[in-house]
Design a protein around this ligand. Structure first.
Ligand code: NAD
Length: 429
């Protein structure tokens, strides 16, 4: 992970937007409306700890745009969360729902805390207190939180329960990523990881590459990382290296076997937050390296599924010449300067906007099912997901080829155009 202290994700998101606005010749009013969030909620969240003492946590809910439908976006727990990260991710959510062409806007939220250091009872109280602070601004037809980093389906169910207690009625569409028993969708856990592989399958098809001949290195072994490794392995690919936080030290580490990792073996030595015990991995015959070691492996594909801002000018030069595809499972995992260097090397960068849209598409499916109170089977959800993501990817791929734009720029142009059109139709522009 880079230590660039000057990194500001919101400034990067705005610079990217400005560049796309220039490319499209977007008018000044649309630029002003779309380059900042529509609403920001800065929260002080009181939580009674197990000791009886009350601690006040900082938190956020930021709604960037809801012209195309209720806002939708993640909620995450992270000790280093900043308002600018949340702003950037809220803006990214607007573009992502537009790229996938689903009738939702974009938002993001979070609490500055580390669930590793909190008991389950304290985590439940953090979830409930966060909802009490945002209850007036979220809801199935206003803004729908969904899980992101270090937030589980159990956390989302506690949030739903608190929201429904305040609303005085059932409102299962108020949050997504809930447990199945509380109205969650089959396939939500798999959606982002499997979605990455549906898209990777199309990328390889376009390049006439058999997945069974490919190798990959993956950063992240949480919800996204595990499922993508599972499906990628099923279609014949070999994952040689996985990077995650070391559950013993809390520091990033990488574990690898050149002939392929065994996902079940890794799962048996990982914790519920996706940390891997590197000592036990070494006992099982894995080679162990630092947090950047996943990046230097001699593989065909690099897949990010951990955090933002992981590939930067400081480490992009470490990437092996053999790498021909970088798939962005995490949100904003790469700096624009690092991406420019990879594009120069003719590496095919599949941007987060489309690559990890499986989560938002399945969230939308969950909301649809929740409002009907009628639920689809796992295979129905996955086949609808595959169809939606494949068509979104092919549309962007063709648009990028015709307009001679990078995949990210093509996706951004399509997204900004759709959102601006939504605003115009409502008379906001
Ligand atoms: P998670 O919390 O379940 O897992 C995160 C993983 O990253 C863990 O294995 C953790 O050990 C690892 N990690 C954290 N810091 C690291 C570091 N410095 N170096 C190496 N590994 C590190 O999170 P998740 O739900 O799997 O999400 C992963 C990424 O995908 C995030 O960027 C998230 O914003 C993005 N994303 C998630 C979803 C979703 O549906 N969960 C959807 C879209 C995008």
């Amino acid at each position: 992970m880079s230590n660039e202290s000057s990194f500001n994700p919101y400034a990067v998101a705005q610079e990217q937007f400005d560049r796309i606005a220039d490319l499209m010749g977007l008018d000044p009013t649309a630029r002003k409306l779309l380059r900042s969030p529509a609403h920001e909620h800065h929260l002080a969240i009181p939580v009674r700890l197990d000791t009886g003492v009350i601690e006040v946590f900082d938190g956020f809910r930021i709604q960037h745009n809801d012209a195309r439908g209720p806002a939708w976006g993640g909620v995450r727990f992270h000790p280093q969360e900043t308002v600018d990260t949340v702003r950037a991710l809220a803006m990214g959510a607007t573009w992502k729902t537009a790229v996938a062409d689903i009738p939702l806007g974009g938002s993001m939220g979070g609490v500055v805390c580390d669930p590793h250091n909190r008991s389950p009872a304290e985590q439940e109280r953090v979830c409930r207190s966060w909802v009490r602070r945002v209850a007036r601004t979220i809801g199935p037809m206003r803004d729908v939180p969904s899980p992101d980093i270090m937030v589980s389906s159990q956390h989302m169910t506690w949030m739903l329960d608190e929201y429904e207690a305040i609303a005085g009625e059932h409102a299962p569409g108020a949050v997504t990523g809930k447990t199945i028993g509380a109205g969650g969708s089959a396939g939500r856990a798999e959606a982002t990881g499997y979605g990455l592989v549906y898209i990777l399958r199309e990328v390889l098809k376009e390049r006439e590459i058999d997945p069974a001949t490919t190798t990959a290195s993956v950063q992240g072994f949480g919800l996204v990382g595990r499922h993508l490794i599972e499906l990628y392995t099923q279609i014949g690919g070999t994952v040689c290296c996985v990077s995650a936080l070391d559950s013993a030290t809390g520091q990033p580490c990488s574990v690898w076997k050149n002939d392929g990792v065994d996902i079940e073996e890794l799962q048996s030595i990982s914790d519920r937050l996706g940390g891997i015990d590197s000592g036990r991995a070494a006992d099982l015959g894995y080679e162990i390296g630092d947090g950047d070691a996943w990046l230097v492996r001699e593989v065909d594909i690099l897949i990010t599924a951990a955090l933002e801002h992981q590939i930067t000018t400081e480490n992009v030069g470490l990437i092996a010449d053999r790498v021909s595809i970088v798939l962005e499972g995490a949100n904003s995992p790469m700096s624009p300067e690092a991406e420019a260097q990879l594009l120069e090397r003719e590496v095919w960068v599949i941007p987060d906007l489309v690559a990890n849209a499986g989560g938002v598409v399945c969230s939308y499916f969950e909301q649809v099912q929740s409002s009907m109170n009628y639920y689809w089977t796992l295979s129905e959800v996955l086949s609808k997901l595959d169809l939606k993501l494949t068509s979104a990817y092919l549309e962007i791929s063709q648009f990028s080829a015709v307009k001679k734009l990078s995949m990210r720029d093509a996706a951004m142009v399509l997204a900004v155009d759709r959102v601006a059109r939504g605003c115009r139709e409502r008379g906001w522009l």
